[in-house]
Write a protein that binds this ligand. Sequence first.
Ligand code: GLA
Length: 348
Amino acid sequence: MPDGTPVEELTLRALGPEDTKYVCKIITYGGAVRSLTVPDRNGNPVDVVLGFDTLEDYRAQDKYIGALVGRYANRVGGAEFTLNGAQYPLFANDGPNSLHGGRTGFDKRVWTVEELGGSAATLSLVSPDMDEGYPGSLEVRVTYTLSEGGLAISYRAKSDRDTVCNLTNHSYFNLSGHDSGSVEGQYIKLNASRYTPAGPGSIPTGEIAPVEGTPMDLRTAQPIGTRIGEPFGQLVMAGGYDHNWVIDKHEGTIWTAAAAWSPDTGIAMDAATTLPGVQFYAGNFLSGCPRGKGGAVYGDRHGFCLETQFFPDSPNQPGFPSCVLKAGEEYHSVTVYSFGVADCAEKL
Ligand code: GLA
């Protein structure tokens, strides 16, 4: 870093055969997942996340590629919220709204390596009181665990004052390989019968609407590109899929939010989480970042994100599940991205 702080890269290998194809690289800048290699239908390794070759490129891009996002992932409307009667102004970095933690969100910090084993690593960060306008000194610990099933990310945080907290990972997946071009031919399925429609600036209106009868209905696997260009107001406004879906819950504490599949490689992915929402972002505005790994050109829709989360603008939306973290209590969420191969989308 310009101030001399070193940035490290950690390599995780799944426990199992010595030649496991499950390998993940994490960098301490932004805690970013820099590569995630899984086997395709022929057993060949495929790197399914976008990333960069140099730290300079990570610092130059503004797409949150691979990063840990906080203190409040997604948007806070009007770059301001009220908690316990006090108003907290934030930095407006997305028109009049605050996006992904403000000017210097957690994605731009160098995280500390707390623990490192062969298949797991824990990173930590202390976000001081009033950092980016948020109250309370927040201690965050994120553990990545790689297995032959996939990558689990566990987030824990504690604050010494009441605050709001919403942590996610902003990996862009491309199940045909990070350098393979558009994901519009890859299948997506969202286990969500409702979503949160948004108004100007992608700030939710507060309504929780059924997906039924709209192109937001992705309950049956379909190629990302099939309905993304329909003249449906929400899609037109956001330039494609870039919304929060309300995950249908079932028994247990972790539920499968989404599944995706590449007909090219046969790689199938599930995203399961303890959180109530998922932002499915189709990478509509991805172009314009530096060359990716190995010189890859990342254009619009060359990767998709499944950002598990509290709903956008929850600090200002009394009808949404609460993202308030009380002083001394623990924030804990888990998201697991699982991989396998499938021979058709109907299996998702
Ligand atoms: C999120 C947002 C998108 C965009 C990306 C970053 O997914 O919802 O609108 O800002 O982050 O480029």
